[in-house]
Design a binder for this molecule. Structure first.
Ligand code: PEP
Ligand code: CO
Length: 455
């Protein structure tokens, strides 16, 4: 690996996900335009997040990362942004209560626009066209015009990321004052769960704790906690990432200022490839997705290149094996990291190893598989004296029907009702709340059903 890094040194490297634009000149113009626009985030926000993630590395905080698989431009609406923010804030309060430590909230949005594809083309009824690669690259309808990569979309995506962040910042500053209203915590799905009594007590406790803290302090929770909200996306489209990679006054290094926390996908983590070259040079905290094909030696090589100083908070390993593989693949990676004394934050993505296809060719995931992988992740880390310090979900605050199961027992037949994701299936509002409650219960044994008195 050459030692000279620059924001575009990745261009000399292999990139299996490089988008081929028919009009290179138009691409160059779009990248030049992007690089003149103001940044979406600031270097001090990025450093604040790194500091919080460093705390999580030491077991003193927990990372909650969640949002869409792929944001669509049509979802850049206030109701959908508010719903995403609200579900993450509510989940985070449940987790604070459950794990008794601060929760770092990171949205998988305001820039989650590009998708890696296993094949660059798709064939339907004998017609072959470029695959859909996310809303900053091309459009979903299966026509040549829609599927041809369009550099203008980079700019349209950047604007939407900015609009999304603008609303998030205002909402967070405004305090989301309604978070402590009891009726917000009184959700009907709970009645359908075998744990309904435990859920009710837990939600009552959280809501009372929030009200109590606010009453004592005379300030809203947002003011008290200085609610911080960070954003993240897969740093896949390197033209876009490069355009916003900047130096800032009075701080060394280069920052990717499109997002606080970019991550490297499981398909683009080849040690000598373009994405690793790009990511090794930026100062942001970064994530690395790790699936079953990653060997302990590969992982050690990657951690050395991506975090040579072993800086706490710099590197989060987001493992995603699937419920059937985690027992086999996670322990050797934990062992290698411990043996080499690498400081990392471990985070479990229980979504991407658990995607299945129904008989009708619909992509879905089973709630129980997601929960089981997460459960195993907690158990394996604890048994090896390691700390699972985060969870990564594909979720939405809306009432979609994309994943099977949960308290309401969504079945395959329900998938057609409200399947809105353009790519991977997401947990809906209720399934996300239930997931948070079950994690809180796992992290805090005092929430075991049998230890709660009847109301
Ligand atoms: C994703 O997070 O949407 C994704 C594609 O994940 P992975 O790189 O883990 O497959
Ligand atoms: Co996905």
């Amino acid at each position: 690996m050459p030692n000279v890094w620059s924001p575009d040194s990745w261009r000399a490297k292999h990139n299996s996900q490089q988008v081929k634009y028919p009009d290179e000149k138009a691409l160059g113009q779009a990248v030049a335009d992007l690089s003149k626009l103001p940044p979406l985030v600031t270097s001090w926000e990025v450093e604040t997040l790194k500091h919080q993630l460093a705390e999580a590395c030491q077991g003193r905080a927990f990372l909650l990362q969640g949002g869409d698989c792929c944001e669509s431009f049509a979802d850049c609406r206030s109701d959908s942004i508010v719903a995403k923010l609200r579900i993450l804030l509510k989940m985070s309060l449940i987790l604070v209560y459950g794990c008794k430590r601060p929760v770092i909230r990171v949205g998988r949005f305001a820039g989650q626009f590009a998708k890696p594809r296993s094949s660059p083309t798709e064939t339907v009824d004998g017609v072959t066209l470029p695959s859909y690669r996310g809303s900053i690259v091309n459009r979903l309808p299966f026509t040549l015009a829609d599927r041809t990569p369009d550099p203008e979309l980079l700019l349209r995506g950047y604007e939407r990321a900015g609009l999304t962040l603008n609303l998030i910042r205002s909402l967070v500053e405004g305090g989301f004052a309604d978070l402590h209203h009891p009726e917000l915590w009184d959700v009907d799905f709970v009645n359908h769960s075998e744990h309904s009594q435990m859920f009710r007590r837990l939600m009552d406790s959280v809501s009372q704790a929030v009200s109590f803290m606010e009453a004592v302090a005379g300030r809203s929770l947002a003011e008290l906690d200085g609610v911080k909200f960070f954003v993240s996306h897969e740093g896949l489209h390197l033209d876009w990432e490069q355009a916003q990679t900047r130096q800032v006054p009075r701080r060394p290094g280069w920052y990717n200022l499109t997002t606080h926390f970019p991550w490297i996908g499981d398909r683009t983590r080849g040690l000598d490839d373009a994405h690793i070259e790009y990511f090794r040079g930026i100062a942001n905290p970064i994530g690395l997705k790790v699936g079953p094909s990653c060997t302990p030696d590969q992982l050690l090589g990657l951690t050395e290149v991506l975090n040579p100083e072993n800086e706490p908070g710099r590197l989060t390993l987001i493992h995603r094996f699937g419920t059937e593989k985690i027992d086999r693949y996670l322990p050797p990676l934990i062992e290698a990291i411990q043996r080499r004394g690498r400081v990392v934050l471990w985070c479990c993505d229980p979504m991407h190893g658990n995607t299945i296809q129904t008989a009708n060719n619909v992509k879905t995931r089973r709630f129980d598989d997601i929960l089981h992988e997460l459960d195993r992740a907690f158990e394996i880390h604890a048994s090896m004296d390691s700390y699972l310090g985060g969870a990564h979900f594909e979720l939405t605050g809306e009432d979609v029907t994309e994943c099977i199961g949960g308290a309401r027992g969504l079945s395959e037949a329900d998938l057609g009702r409200a399947y809105l994701s353009d790519v991977d299936p997401r947990l809906n509002y209720e399934q996300s709340m239930e997931m948070a409650l079950l994690i809180a219960r796992r992290m805090n044994p005092s929430f075991r059903d049998d230890m709660l008195l009847p109301k």
